[in-house]
Write a protein that binds this ligand. Structure first.
Ligand SMILES: [Zn+2]
Length: 80
């Protein structure tokens, strides 16, 4: 299942960052998040405690269910 990570969910310090990493699996999301952390936040290395927060903040995308238990199709509309 596809995964998604919002940078702002990782750490309160990242509030205001609108970066979202998406990938087919956790490894791909982690890789994109690491690239982003390096280029946007100056983190040459992801410390283990931050990596734990990143993994905890990764969410599944697609296949979501609403409160009635029905499958929710994610919109394909593009913002902007
Ligand atoms: Zn960020």
């Amino acid at each position: 299942m596809a995964k998604q990570l919002k940078c702002a969910d990782v750490d309160p310090k990242m509030r205001g960052c609108s970066f979202v990493a998406e990938g087919r699996d956790e490894a791909e999301v982690m890789k994109k998040a690491a690239d982003h952390a390096k280029s946007a936040h100056g983190m040459a290395v992801i410390p283990p405690d931050v990596e734990r927060k990143v993994r905890a903040a990764i969410r599944d995308t697609g296949g979501s269910k609403d409160i009635a238990g029905r499958d929710v199709k994610l919109g394909t509309s593009k913002l902007g």
